[in-house]
Every structure is written in structure tokens, then in C-alpha cells.
Design a protein around this ligand. Sequence first.
Ligand code: LRH
Ligand code: MN
Ligand code: MN
Length: 426
Amino acid sequence: MRINKDQIEEQNKENLSSHRDRFNFLGDTLSKDDKDVNTIIQKLEKFQVAIPSWALGAGGTRFGRFGFQGEPSTLEQKIDDVGLLHKLTQTAGAISLHIPWDVPKDYAAIKELANSHDIVFDAVNSNTFQDQKDAAESYKYGSLSNTSKGSREQAIAHNIEVIKIGDKLGSKSLTVWLADGANFPGQSNFQTALNHTQDSLKDIYKALPNDWKLFIEYKPYEPNFYSTVIQDWGTSFMLANECGEKAFSLVDLGHHLPNTNIEQIVSTLMLKGKLGGFHFNDSKYGDDDLTVGSVKPYALFLIFNALVYGMENNPQNPYPAWMIDASHNVKDPLEDLIQSLEAIQEAYAKALLVDQKLLTEAQLNHDVVRCQEILQDAYRTDVRPLLEKARLNSGGVISPINAYRSLTVRKELIKERGANSVATGL
Ligand code: LRH
Ligand code: MN
Ligand code: MN
């Protein structure tokens, strides 16, 4: 199924007058407050978030998986799904592939398909947390950190292979997430595991093309429950520094122990020029991979406030690669992703409203109350009309969820793919 221009226009016709009323009201209010509404809208239009190829089907838990009808079962169909998201939201202009879950067969055809949807290939992700069929070595006791040289070499070779695959698609970065760790005290030697990981990452780094980046993701626990080799931003930062200037840390919002101050981590990494990538999701307890902004929208706003500050004040930090890393157990994955995209744009728009000059002044005056007022004034603003305007300007719809439903997208996909199609991946 493809959504065409006429359908988009038809969808917008209904909402246009109420959008205009709300936009004019907000625009006037913000302009009176000296906010540059047009610049904010332009920034929203440019902000593109990659969709991972594994997030388009229903996820599941270790207890069970409840499929969702009309799931994409091939890479082509996954790209088509991202195309639908992008068409409606104009915010999902990239896809991030997990290898070997989504290895293209015909590279030229895959590139052409993505191009036809106006989609580029973002970071490629390696997978050394599962044993593949017929693999010579096992990752049961680790991959890049394994005490067995054979397992380490196989994991390094896999990462180099992933770079080659990404290179053929136009990707410019490799994301490494390791499940390596230990389930029990005494199971592994922390120093040996870290040394092996560092050496292995350096070998992968050597194979990185000059214009590529290496993103090192961290996570405190799961699937190992006693220790994880790359457990936190400090370990990831240290490894990135050891590798070189093309290596960076990647922050996944779900990869922190409860109450961690993620915005402070973001600030530190950007100050040091080492925040390379970002995985969005939300959580209540751990790496829950829930819809972005569904549980802690204020925390997301504070993180965006740190990101906006970093993007404006830290030229030493490259523009980060944005990706949604969520899983969908009870919602239609495409609706869930639309909600995540909206929450990201909303937090970004609110952060853009923060008056950084006034905030700095209040900070220097130690006016703590004013500092909070400045942040919360931005947070409490309903910025949705700005998002709608940005989408309208780029050819998207005013209300993506409503359009998705009124165009009966899922029904069409089930018609095309059948009720029982199953997505590969997580
Ligand atoms: C690990 C993770 C990582 C993987 C993805 C499937 O929890 O966030 O980014 O590549 O999930
Ligand atoms: Mn992640
Ligand atoms: Mn995760």
C-alpha cells in the first residue's frame, strides 16, 4: 500500500481550519514572547528519526508473543512500512538495519525502493548476542569479550561484514551493542573481559571507512544479570576514546538504572564531543522499550533540553544519529511508532522554546525558582500546532494517527500480506 498526495490533501482538508486557528493562537502568543516560530518549525522539519527494521512487527516477552496481523515479513515490506510512516509524519526518513536479521538480497533494488520512499539507510547494527545457524563458534559466554579466541574472531569478522553491507547501502555508521557479561559472581574476570572487548573493538575500528562512525552502546543488565562488560556511559566513553576519533558513545534511554540522570550524561558526552547516537524509548522499570514519552514525558523534555543546548554550544560533538528502539506488544506497531515520533518532536519543540539566555542569567543569579519557571514554562506549552505546521510544510498530514485510521492502513496491509505474516527479528 502506498499513500498518495491526493489522499494526504483529502485528510488535511478536514482539519485545516481548526489547525489554523490553533496555530495562529500559539504563533501569536509565542511571537509576543519573542520566540522565533519559523526557525523552530524549520528545525522540526529537518529533524529525522530512523526506524529500526526490528520494530515494525509485534515484539513480545520471554513469556510469549502475540502477533499483529499484516506484519512485514520481508525487508522490502519493512521499508514499505517505514515509507508509510514517513509519508504521514515526514519525520521517519531513515531505516536502521539489524544484521543478519535483515540482509538485503538485491542491493540495487533495495536502495531503489528506499529511495522511492525518500528513505536513507542509517546506522547498521551488528548482532553477536545470538548464535546463528551453522556458526562455527558460540556466543554463549560472550562475543567480543569471550575468553575463547575463536568466538572473538568470529564476532570481529561479523562486525566487519556488517560494515561492508552498510557501505553498499550508503550507511555511515556501525552500532555495536554487546550482551557480553556474566550471570554469576566469579563467572568471569572483569579485567580480562574488558581488555578483550577493547582489543576486539579496535580491530573492528581498523576496518571502519574514513567517513564512518562507530557507536558503542551500553546497558547495565539483561540478558546478563550479574555484570555486563559495557555497563555504563563511562565504560562506553572510555572504549570510544581508546578506539579513536571516529568512535562515540550511544545512549539508549532504556539502558540506565532507575532514576539515573540521563540529561547529565548527555551533557557530559556532548561537552567531550562523544555523543554519537541515541535510541529513544520509555520505561517504568528497566529496558521496557515502551512508546517514547508514554511514561516520563518531562524526563524526555529535560533530556532534549540538554541535547538542544549541546547542539547549539558543542561544535566538537557531531550531529547525533537518532533512532527509535521500542517494542510493541499490545499496540499496532505503526501506530505506536507514530506516537513515538510525535513525542520526540514534541519534546524537541518544547526544548527549543527554552530561553537559554534567561536561563543562564537566572543560574548566574542563583535564582532557583526562576530556573524552574523557565523550564516549566516551555514544558507546559502545547506545541502540537507547531508539529502540525512542520508536517504540513513538508507534505505530511496534520494528524497522523487519525489519517492512519481513516485510510484503514492496517486493513490494507492485512489484505496485501495476509493475517498471519510474521516479522523477523525481535
Ligand atoms: C539492546 C538493544 C540494542 C539492540 C536492540 C535490538 O537492548 O537496545 O540496541 O541492538 O536492543
Ligand atoms: Mn538500543
Ligand atoms: Mn535495549
